[in-house]
Design a protein around this ligand. Structure first.
Ligand SMILES: Nc1nc2c(ncn2[C@@H]2O[C@H](COP(=O)(O)OP(=O)(O)O)[C@@H](O)[C@H]2O)c(=O)[nH]1
Ligand SMILES: [Mg+2]
Length: 284
């Protein structure tokens, strides 16, 4: 496995997240809707303890809508409520606000019963790099200027952003590292652009992509590249890559074809594709 995380690094990140968890009422775990499994890190479940927690399926504009629904159901069965967001086009923030309120309804009611009016919810975003944490922070804060300053009883020098809702957000999101024990998870992260392209050879990523697309989006693969049935069924996946290389006019430059295929996937040339399928993400 090409990607290594240093234990010291991981522990530091984990401790930082853990410290700041104490300051908030609810954690907004951001995942990439194309990879609702592969873009999570199980360590969060361990450190999150009793804290309220929802999952935001961001980049839903890129993901397969049917699978986004399936994932929401699957998380619900695990006892975690989730909501989709397209932070890029600013679609779905209201639903996040609603879900946060519904998760914290008991707590807010308790405060109100104790005479606390206009309780401001404290939340933090958390997630692996590139899932859209900064974009979401910007969206949710909107035109409101960052309000800094210390709140009584919380760690000093922690800055809060006032959002357009009755929610304050920690100004720096918690960053987790992806968990890449399974090489397929690495391939998916590479394909989505979550990790640097130079970590994996493009042909490995392209072959992974073609293999997945053959299994899950066969017609779209056929249509996009004008493939015949014989192109798909009489070839191994590396042979299919070579065939496509030729078909795309790149002669034998399969690396160039690989980069093109990866680009095509990212730019939705094959439509909205989700790479994690609930219940079967280990064996496709
Ligand atoms: N298509 C799409 N792109 C998004 C969305 N949210 C963020 N991005 C893009 O994803 C990339 C990473 O976003 P960023 O906010 O920097 O991620 P962070 O590393 O988690 O803070 C940027 O190019 C964003 O424009 C979204 O909902 N849809
Ligand atoms: Mg960021």
């Amino acid at each position: 496995m090409a990607l290594q995380w240093y234990p010291g690094h991981m522990n530091k990140a984990k401790n930082q997240v853990q410290d700041r968890l104490k300051l908030v009422d609810i954690v907004l775990e951001i995942v990439d809707a194309r990879l609702p499994f592969s873009s999570r890190n199980p360590v969060l479940e361990q450190i999150i303890d009793q804290k309220k927690h929802i999952i935001i399926l961001n980049k839903s504009d890129l993901a397969d809508p049917k699978l986004t629904s399936d994932w929401k159901l699957s998380f619900e069965q695990e006892g975690i409520r989730s909501v989709e967001l397209d932070a890029k086009h600013n679609k779905g923030l209201g639903k996040i606000n609603d879900l946060i309120h519904s998760e914290l309804a008991d707590k807010i009611e308790k405060y109100e019963n104790n005479g606390v009016k206009n309780y401001r919810i404290k939340a933090m975003c958390i997630g692996i790099p590139n899932v859209g944490k900064s974009t979401i922070l910007n969206r949710i804060v909107g035109k409101n200027v960052a309000v800094t300053g210390n709140k009584p009883g919380v760690t000093k020098n922690q800055n809060w952003l006032k959002t357009k809702y009755d929610i304050d957000l920690l100004d720096t999101p918690g960053i987790l590292w992806p968990k890449i024990d399974d090489p397929k998870v690495g391939m998916k992260l590479a394909l989505s652009g979550a990790i640097k392209d130079k970590i994996y050879a493009p042909d490995d990523v392209a072959i992974y992509a073609l293999n997945f697309l053959e299994a899950h989006y066969l017609e779209r693969l056929q249509e996009t590249y004008g493939l015949d049935k014989s192109d798909l069924f009489d070839h191994t996946t590396p042979e299919l890559l070579m065939h496509l290389t030729e078909k795309l006019g790149y002669k034998e430059d399969y690396e160039r074809a690989s980069r093109r295929i990866i680009e095509d996937v990212r730019k939705l040339k094959l439509g909205r594709v989700t790479f994690d399928v609930p219940g079967e993400f280990y064996e496709e």
